[in-house]
Design a protein around this ligand. Structure first.
Ligand SMILES: Cc1cc2nc3c(=O)[nH]c(=O)nc-3n(C[C@H](O)[C@H](O)[C@H](O)COP(=O)(O)O)c2cc1C
Length: 195
């Protein structure tokens, strides 16, 4: 297959989509975030990158905590709405049912099948535009019916995947194989040219 070069851009496929919650004084506020990643396994830490212009940033830093809610595909309109309107002008505290768990400054969304409460460990400014917040996951709340063998089950969570450069939301596709396992079938002596 012929390769063509594209301009450097953040072409990362797919991206998860999360809704980050924090308290703005005494009002819960939420922001949709696609720039979310795992930092390390033990102790469990994740990162989010949020533009400095966003209302949420100041409160995440002030509270030193935030929640990360994994929306399921039936929350797509809510997720998009939260990503379109800033808490600076729009009160997003009444648009869904909330619960507060053990860390009241990190409000969570009841409809979300999986929610994490994080303690802010570090804020890093990169490139002048975004702030990266690294949070240690202290609490995890999951819907009972989304658990298989004690763990969150992707087929039950039905998370939303995001394709950023064409602004599209996608669902989870078909199962391809078991990790740390299917590679045992690979024959290193056969090379494919991508045809
Ligand atoms: C699908 C989607 C993904 C988004 N991902 C990010 C992101 O990763 N980082 C970011 O800074 N803003 C992101 N945004 C924009 C914010 O969610 C949006 O500006 C929001 O209104 C900010 O809320 P706040 O001002 O109440 O904090 C995203 C928006 C959408 C719709």
């Amino acid at each position: 297959m012929k390769k063509i070069q594209l301009q450097p851009n953040t072409f990362l496929y797919p991206m998860p989509l999360v809704i980050v919650g924090t308290m703005a004084d005494d009002r819960p506020n939420f922001i949709t975030i696609a720039y979310c990643g795992i930092v390390q396994h033990t102790p469990p830490m994740i990162s989010i990158a949020s533009s400095k212009v966003h209302f949420s940033n100041k409160w995440i830093k002030r509270n030193r905590s935030f929640s990360v809610n994994i929306p399921s595909s039936d929350m797509i309109e809510l997720t998009d709405y939260i990503g379109m309107y800033s808490g600076r002008e729009t009160d997003k505290s009444e648009i869904c049912e909330l619960f507060c768990g053990d860390i009241p400054s990190a409000p969570m969304i009841k409809q979300s099948p999986l929610s994490l409460q994080c303690k802010l460990m570090e804020s890093i400014e990169v490139g002048g535009v975004n702030e990266i917040f690294i949070g240690e996951i202290l609490k995890v709340y999951a819907n009972e019916d989304c658990i298989t063998n004690g763990l969150p089950d992707i087929t039950k969570l039905q998370p939303i995947l995001f394709s950023m450069h064409d602004n599209n939301y996608w669902g989870v596709g078909k199962h391809l194989g078991k990790a740390w396992n299917i590679g045992k079938n690979f024959n290193p002596n056969t090379k494919k040219d991508g045809q």
